[in-house]
Every structure is written in C-alpha cells, then in structure tokens.
Ligand binder design. Sequence first.
Ligand code: GLU
Length: 492
Amino acid sequence: MAEIRTRIAPSPTGFAHVGTLRSALFNFLFARKNHGKFVLRVEDTDQNRLVEGALEDVVKVLHDFKLDPDEGFVWDNGVKEQGPYAPYLQSKRLPIYKKYAEELIEKNHAYYCFCTPQRLEDLRKSQEAQKLPPKYDKLCLSLSKEEVQQKLANNEPHVIRLNVPADQTIRFTDLIHGEISISTNDIDDQVLLKSDGFPTYHLAVVVDDYLMNINYVLRGDEWLPSTPKHILLYSAFGWPSPQYAHLPLLLSKSKKKLSKREGDVAVKDFLAQGYLPEALLNFVALLGWNPKTEQEIFTLDELIEQFSLDKVNKSGAVFDLEKLDWINGLYIRKLSLEELFARISEYLSEAKTAPREFVLKILGLEQGRLKKLSEIGDRVRYFFHEPEYDPALLVWKKGSAETAKQNLIMLSSVLSNFDKSEFIKDNLELKIKNLITEKDLTNGEVLWPLRVALSGLEASPSPFEIMDAFSALPGGKEIILKRLQNAINSLA
Ligand code: GLU
C-alpha cells in the first residue's frame, strides 16, 4: 500500500486558530498512526489578505504542540523549508499552476474568459432579478480559437475557467460523512487562474495535493462544498483523487459556528492566557473525535495509538471553555512544582526576583486551585504586597470586632515568641489549635481573623499554610507580625 501522506494547508491570512490546530492534530495523528508523512504547505494565493507573521505563527504553533511536520515548513530556531516537493509556498509555484491550467485548456476542460468585471456584475444582477443562482454563462466558451489568440496577443485581461460539464452527477465517499453526490448543474465555471497569474484555491489545492502525493485530505467541514469542484478537477486531469474526511465544524456554546473573527480563538491567545499546550491539545483532540471509552485525558502517544477516523463525529463539536478549564486544571496539577515554577514566571513577575523557596511554597498552595496560569497573579498578590481590605472582613460571622481584636492580640503575642524554625505548617496548626482548646475558643473566631489579617481575602489557603510560606522569606516572621498589627490597628 502506498505510504499515507496527509497535510494541512493553511492560508497565512491570520494567526493559527483552534480549527487549524484541530486539523493539524488529526492529520498528524492519522499520519503517525499509519507510519505515514505529515506535510505543512502554505496557501498564500490570496495576496490581498496576507497577514504579516502568520506563516511563522502556524509553524511555531505546530512546533510548540509537538506536531512538527515531516515536510514543508518546520521550526528549527526559525522557519525552515524542507522536503522533496519544495517550494511548499504556493506563491513560489506560479509557473506550475499556469502549466496545468493550460493543460486543461488543451483538453477542453478549461477556457479563457475575457469578460469584464462590469459584464460579470450585470450578469449577476440579472440572475438575481430572475431568482437564479449566480453562475457564469459560459459566454467566452463560444469564442473561436482565433478570437482567443487575438485577445491574448492584445494582452486583454483574462482568467481561466473550469469548463464544468452539464447534467453529470459527481459522487464521492467522505470518510466521515459517507456517500455524497451533487449535480454538476449546481457548480459554477470556477475561475482557476486569476488575471494576475495567481491560481485560485481550487486549482492550487488540487495541483499541489496531487504533486505532493497527498492521499488523505482531512480538513474542516467548511471545505465540503468545494470538494465536488476538486473531484471534477482531478478527473479533468485524469488523476486519482485523494480520500476525503471533513471534520465537524467547531461550534460555540450557543451552537453558532466558532469563527476566528470572534477574537480569542487564536492559539497564541489561549497560550497567553495560561492554557498549557498539552492541555489545549488534549481538549482539541476531543473536538469531534470520540474515543468511545471513558478516557478523557490523553498523552500524544495515546492519541496516536487510539485515533481513528471512524470515531470522528459528523455533527458539530461544541467548544466548551469550562471543559477546557477543567482539563487545564488537571494538567497543571500533574506538573512538578519545579515545572510549574518554570512555566509561571511570565505570569508572575515577582517569581523572577523573590526567593525561589518562597515562590515554590506559594505555588504548592495554589497548584490544586489554578485553572489557568494567568490567574496566579491575582491569587497570590497578598504574598508580595500588603493586602488592603475592609476591616469588617476580619470579623468571624458569629463573632464581634472586639473578639476578633482580642484574639489577634493573643495570637500576635504567642507568635512573636515563636522561633523562626517553628513557622512550619503542622507545628503552627498544632500549637494554635491547642491554644484554642485551652482558652475554650472556637476555630472560626480565631482562625478567620488570622487568615484575613494575613491575606486580606475572603477565601485563601489556611493561615498555617500562609505563615509556612512566609517563613521561607528572610524577615517572614516580621511580615506576619506586621500584618497582625495592621489588622489590630484597623479594628481600633
Ligand atoms: N487554504 C485552505 C485553508 O486556509 C486549505 C483548505 C484545505 O485543507 O484544503 O484552510
């Protein structure tokens, strides 16, 4: 059997979005699972919509997600091109498309069209008025060879159009959607080569997939309506068409099509928010692919092993941010503290200057609670800056300001007698809880004001944990006592 070759062929018209990542992942998995090759080709035929940095972005994203292609554009300290079918950038392949477009003219499967934009516009309007679908009326197909030659010799602006035959049925089997058939009467005489010499997507994608030996095309459902045109082109060339698998649309929670214009679907935005690449990838794997087991957390190797196209759904895949948060939280908890430390510094500027031990302790407290790395700054600000809060927060719900104050004074005097080495969570907990029992107090009326005095927050780790973390700081004991004093003063 021929080697399986898949590809993604993004257009550099924006930054890689989650749909691109999903296509890349599925193509990568299918290629790896079948010991085939995965190619990254870039389709920059729409030169008006190019976005600076977009090519680099998609190559880097694949690298960051460990989906490096075998051929085409790869990341190696920058964008590199490699592989036997270079160039993999369509704008560098213009003579190839021209040659193949002309070959189709020879075979009567395509023709030159010299119609002006004005004529096409008038045609469209009159069809609209008659409630007909917009279609080119093949006017230029009736030009004689001599007329065509004359117009070409006069440099009249022209395009090359596909000559779609009437009354035929195009049939193909999509590996996800099954049998699909469509009448050629519903297909327009598509432009293949534009007047500026650039191919349209339809011509370029078919020529390149063929020349690059791509035999499996896995792409988003939005390309399904284009596929009959591609099949028509393959048969016009006399080439075998690849197998197609159209992946379900990505839907927002309100079941609308997720669009890159909605902003936050760019992969780099997700990474910037502190989603871990491995968590995002795990989440994206489940967008349309159903392992048919209870398993929800997968390594890349497990995905390669378990992936198959018959477990890809037909219906749209809902992009559920809550699920992404949940998966990301799980992945954050799986990191060692050292790994978390390494990844957190861009979200926590203090981590770069504060003593490492201190930061590690703080991370240890937050690791189980974080859903994304970007939350860390707000959650742990009180460790680095004296908290500001309403003194009323110091009062336990069943207590009074007076008891809160007395208890803080008591704690302050006990803690000031502790040796630095005693500020260890278990020890603090034991001693303070003994004190509470001895004095016949309740946990709430003592520990609540203590915790608030330290953190200024309604919810935070326990006061023992907070003090334990501060003890990793030179002067940590003094910080603790100072915060108790601030609280006492605020209750005056
Ligand atoms: N250039 C198209 C895109 O931007 C490729 C579609 C396909 O995979 O055929 O996604």
